[in-house]
Every structure is written in C-alpha cells, then in structure tokens.
Write a protein that binds this ligand. Structure first.
Ligand code: UDX
Length: 460
C-alpha cells in the first residue's frame, strides 16, 4: 500500500521505517525542510538503535523516501499517518495546532477515500475535530478518520514497532479497518494481537496507559520516601509487590522519576482532559507532584551531606531521560543539574550519548568526556540515568580522583556493600545509606579548591 507519514520525529520516522520494512511504499514528509534534507542523505536527526541501518536498507529498496512537499507525499496515497508533535501548553493541555494544520493539508491534497490515522498521542475527541476539518476543507472528497496509538519506547523504538505487544485501532468505518488490517497483515500473521475499538476509546487508551505507567513510577518513588524513613529497602518492596502477577514488577523502580517527551506531557494532558470533561482527576496531579519531589529528594541528599553548595563540584552521571537515547527532553537529570546549579554548585555532567543535547538545553553545564574526568575533584557524584556502563565503575580509581567520596545513587544502580568497601558514603534511593567500611580514612572537604568547610555527610 502507499503510506504517507506526516511528521518525521521519533514516532513518524520509526513508523516509516517499520511500514517500509514490512513491504509498503512509504513517503515521509515534514514542514522542517532541514530535517528532510538530512533524512534524504540517510542521517536520522536523533539516535535510535537500528534506525540509520533501517533507513539505509529501505531507501535502497526503493520503499522509503522523504519529501518536504506535502502535496507530492500525498499524491495517490491510500493512508496517511499523522505523527506530528502534540506538546504541552503551559496549562498542561495538548497543543493540537500541528494536528489541525496536518488535517488541512490532507484535506487539500489527499485523494478521495484516503484513511487519515492519528498516531500522535491526542486527547479523546480530537478525531471529531479532524473529521470536521476534513469535511469543511476537503472539497467534497470522502475521508475516513481512525486512531492507531503508538506505544514505542525510545531506545527500542524500532523493535517495539516491529514486535508490538498489541496493535490498537480505533475505527468508525469498514474501509479504515480493512486498510489497517492490510497494512499490519505481516505483524498480525506473526501473532500480534489486534484490538479494535471506537475512536475515543483508542485515543483515551493511550493516555490511560502512559498515565498508569507514570503512576506506578510515582508510587515506587513515594514508597522510596517512606522506606528511607522506615529503614526499609524499596527495591525489595518492589520485588515483593512485583511477584504478584496482578501488580507486575515493571515500572516500579524508584529513583529520579520519569521524564522524556511522553510521560510528563501525557499525564498533564489527561489531567486537563478529565477536568474539561467535568471529572477532575487529582490522582494525576499527585503523580506529577511525587515525580517532581524525586529530583528534590536527591538534591536534598547532596545538600544535606555537603552543607553549602557554593564552590562544591558535583558530577552528574547520565543526562538523557533514560538509557539508550540522546534525548534530554524533560530529563530528570537535567532538572537535577539545574537545581544544583541554582543552589550555587559547580556541576559537571557526563553522558555516553546525550552530552551535546544536554549542553544545548543547559549551557551552564560543564561537560566531561568520561566518568573519571567528571569525577575529578568532585565533592559528590550523582548517578542520574541508569546507563549500563555506570554499573561497571572502577571504584578505587573514582575514590582516588574525587575530592570527597560521596555518591548519591538516583537510579539504585550500584551495590551498597561494594560502595562501603571502596570507601564511599553511598546514598541510594529508598534504601539504607552506607558509610565507608571501617578503616577507610575520612577525607576533608578542605582538600578541594573550594572554600574550607568542615562538614561530613549527615548521620542518617
Ligand atoms: C514511554 C512509553 O513506555 C511508551 O509506551 C510510549 O509510547 C512513550 O512513552 P519512553 O518515553 O520512551 O516511552 O520511556 P520509558 O522507557 O517508558 O521510560 C519513561 C521514564 O520513566 C524514563 O525517564 C525512565 O527512566 C522512567 N522510569 C521507568 C522510572 O523512573 N522507573 C521505572 O521503573 C521505569
């Protein structure tokens, strides 16, 4: 089938490569001319495992192409996937301007009987607006609106798109269902479950899924605060909870909280939608509050241990909002770095992939080329993103390089016994803190190039 994908961001580009690799002819289009230029040269505008190779393979097969000319992209198309951004407004509402503009372009240039599929995450009711736009501006041509929310995760997006847990299609006409079934036939033949619903249900199911996952994370983080006060271990609490299949262990990892382009905006959008529908949902505001508090809790541990932050040097390990990506949008690590900078500290960050984007987001941030450079003369290290490489640190070397051996683990990546043995004060999240094993010398904060301060990490 001929597929047009409007919007070549994370969802659009991955969707394009996915449909091409299961045999469809895909044209991607975007209003960002520079981005299209990059894509035509085979360069993905962001890091995503397997994407560059997939683009090269499908471009060579002739099934994938890109154009900035939307009219050309829509010529002779069967189905259009709208994958444009739906960022949060200051109120938390989803900004649907790009959706409206895309619907207009489809109304103007797509052929009769085109199926328009919303893949961007949109509030329930958006399809009604899209349909009205198509009817008003489509010069009498017939269109079919459908919803097909995307559940892909950054860092494993292509894999998620090719092997989804489920395919959800919200439809209102037999033509939409038939087109979507044909499009996804290779995946359905592989046994992927197809869930067919009405359109508002599909729209809402996506927001519900992301809000519920965010709720699980905030639940774990609230438990972490309680565990810290009760002397319990939140990881073990999560293991116990997760062993019950009704609960499940996934997304119960306490730490710095959730970030990224989806969860923060989707929780806010669902909160606003529910208010507008006359059913305020304060549980969602609480999810957001606990998530913000997760960053504050880590910053407070650093301050509690080091007293005044001016001229203290803090290394933040991990700047991406999660491992496997260079995306720093709404990254809790960036929020933490900003918070520490605001308190007067000198902050040096390191990330295996996200250094450049982090520097763009937070120019005051000093960047290091590796963990050990970041740790040099630091008064504290904060583990902020759970990159695998941070599990394998050379602890004696780190301790040697640091001015003061304090590690605050915002992702519970390191082992308490090993940290104590290596001579660190180690503050994990929602688990008991440990002190250097007996015999380790107690360094002075004065050894640093900072103002002399006599303060040891607070007793817990
Ligand atoms: C998410 C959804 O998983 C995906 O289905 C949807 O399509 C888009 O939004 P993504 O934003 O790529 O995907 O990130 P995800 O892997 O879900 O992680 C989100 C955030 O939650 C990250 O910041 C991660 O570090 C954090 N997280 C995750 C936790 O803090 N604890 C956990 O237990 C799990």
């Amino acid at each position: 089938m001929k597929v047009t994908v409007m919007g070549t961001g994370h969802v659009g580009l991955v969707t394009s490569v996915m449909f091409a690799s299961i045999g469809h002819e895909v044209v991607g289009t975007d209003i960002d001319v520079e981005k299209i230029d990059l894509l035509r040269r085979g360069i993905p505008p962001f890091f995503e495992p397997g994407l560059e190779e997939g683009m090269a393979r499908e471009s060579a097969s002739g099934r994938l192409s890109f154009t900035a000319d939307a009219a050309e992209a829509l010529r002779g198309t069967d189905v259009v996937f709208i994958c444009v951004g739906t960022p949060a407004r200051a109120s938390g509402d989803a900004n649907l301007l790009a959706m409206e503009q895309s619907a207009r372009v489809v109304a103007k240039h797509a052929p009769d009987d085109t199926v328009l599929v919303e893949k961007s995450t949109v509030p329930a009711g958006t399809a009604d607006r899209v349909r009205t736009t198509l009817e008003r501006e489509g010069a009498g041509r017939r269109f079919h609106v459908a919803s097909n929310p995307e559940f892909l995760r950054e860092g494993s997006a292509l894999e998620d798109a090719l092997k989804p847990d489920r395919i959800v299609v919200g439809v209102e006409s037999p033509r939409s269902l038939e087109v979507l079934r044909r499009l996804y036939a290779p995946l359905l033949d592989d046994g992927v479950e197809l869930i067919v619903t009405d359109i508002p249900t599909a729209e809402l199911a996506k927001h519900a899924s992301n809000a519920f996952l965010s709720l699980k994370i905030s639940f774990a983080n609230a438990m972490a605060r309680i565990c810290e006060r009760a002397g319990a271990d939140v990881t073990a609490v999560a293991d116990v909870m997760g062993a019950d299949p009704r609960i499940g262990r996934a997304f119960l990892n306490a730490g710095l909280g959730y970030g990224g382009y989806c969860f923060p905006k989707d929780v806010a959008a669902l909160r606003r939608l529910s208010e507008r529908l006359g059913y305020p949902f304060p549980l969602l505001a609480e999810v957001e509050r606990v998530n913000d508090e997760a960053v504050e809790a880590v910053a407070a541990k650093v301050e509690d241990a080091l007293w005044n932050m001016e001229s203290k040097r803090i290394a933040v390990l991990g700047l991406a909002f999660k491992p496997g990506t260079d995306d720093v949008r709404f990254s809790p690590s960036i929020a933490l770095a900003r918070r520490l900078l605001d308190s007067g500290a000198q902050v040096v960050g390191y990330d295996p992939h996200a250094g450049a984007s982090a520097k763009e987001e937070l120019p005051e941030l000093e960047l290091a080329n590796d963990v050990y450079e970041a740790a040099t003369e630091a008064h504290a290290i904060v583990v902020a993103t759970d990159w695998e490489e941070f599990r394998e640190l050379d602890l004696p070397r780190l301790r040697e390089l640091m001015t003061y051996p304090l590690v605050v683990d915002g992702r519970n990546l390191l082992d308490s016994d090993e940290m104590a043995e290596a001579g660190f004060w180690y503050y994990p999240t929602g688990r008991p803190a440990v002190e250097p094993a007996a015999g380790a010398p107690v360094p002075s904060l004065e050894a640093a190039p900072s103002a002399p301060v006599e303060q040891r990490p607070a007793e817990r």
